[in-house]
Design a protein around this ligand. Structure first.
Ligand code: NAP
Length: 248
């Protein structure tokens, strides 16, 4: 059965670990050309080499999503190498949770810069190409924290609620250009994300929680592949998934 993935050009931010890496592996195996962005150049380069060695098309472009010119360069490199961009997966993010009273203001800034402005820079970089093509697909990574707030997650949740708001606005605005938009909101998945927590109390709580419930990162890859693989006239707008064991 055709999956509508083979031959697509897919740009992925945050491709050096976790969701981005898992998505790159699955989508490459399904025949997509993948363009990998992240700051850790060695990681994305060795992933691109591995995928190319298996007969796939893969390109690594060192990218900090807080730098809008670097995100534009990532997308432009994809179009230069492969002639178009079919899917932009705005995935890069971090989750340094802590109570607001801890005043981790630098971390608040960082979450807004990466989780929210990074997604906007991804939209800015890819939208003109997709408008010209009259086709495309944005996948923006939110979270269960984009639906629910808890103590310690206020700023992270604010960025992830924000991702959902701007994705829905984008969805409505891009109708003339035949562009699809998907929000993916995962629950607890085993990646390097908990490493971004610096507050000791929050780190311990999250380590315990993830240790009890987290599922593997290929869960995200399959969700992305489902949305991409649907026929072009089907726009999968939102996917929320959790580990079966996760309550909230
Ligand atoms: N794992 C979960 O339970 C979970 C649940 C819901 C939502 N999410 C979301 O899923 C997304 C991916 O996270 P993950 O779980 O896969 O965690 P991860 O393994 O820590 O991956 C995060 C990725 O983001 C990249 N990144 C961070 N800052 C960046 C920057 N300034 N510029 C470019 N890339 C940057 C990292 O690459 P470099 O460090 O190499 O730049 C890394 O590839 C995030 O948006 C996260 O909020 C995760």
């Amino acid at each position: 059965m055709s999956t509508n993935i083979a031959g697509k050009v897919i740009v992925i931010t945050g491709a050096s670990s976790g969701f981005g890496e898992a998505a790159a592996r699955l989508l490459s195996a399904e025949g997509a050309s993948v363009v990998l962005g992240a700051r850790r150049a060695d990681r994305i380069q060795s992933l691109a080499t591995e995928l190319s060695g298996r007969g796939g098309k893969a390109l690594a472009v060192t990218t900090d999503v807080t730098r809008r010119e670097q995100v534009k360069n990532l997308v432009d490199a994809a179009v230069k190498a492969y002639g178009r961009i079919d899917v932009m997966i705005n995935n890069a993010g971090l989750m340094p949770q802590a109570l607001l009273e801890r005043l981790q203001i630098d971390e608040w800034d960082r979450m807004i810069d990466v989780n929210l402005k990074g997604v906007l820079y991804g939209i800015a970089a890819a939208l003109p190409h997709m408008q010209r093509q009259k086709s495309g697909h944005f996948i923006n990574v939110s979270s269960v924290a984009g639906h629910k707030v808890g103590p310690g997650s206020a700023v992270y949740a604010a960025t992830k609620f924000g991702v959902r708001a701007l994705s829905e606005g984008l969805r409505q605005e891009v109708k003339p250009y035949n562009i699809r938009t998907t929000i993916i909101s995962p629950g607890a998945v085993a990646t390097e994300l908990p490493n971004s927590v610096t507050d000791p109390a929050a780190a311990e709580r999250i380590r315990k929680f993830y240790g009890e419930v987290a599922i593997p990162a290929d869960s995200f890859a399959r969700a992305a592949a489902y949305a991409i693989g649907e026929p072009d006239d089907v726009d999968v707008n939102e996917i929320v998934f959790r580990p079966t064991r996760q309550e909230l």
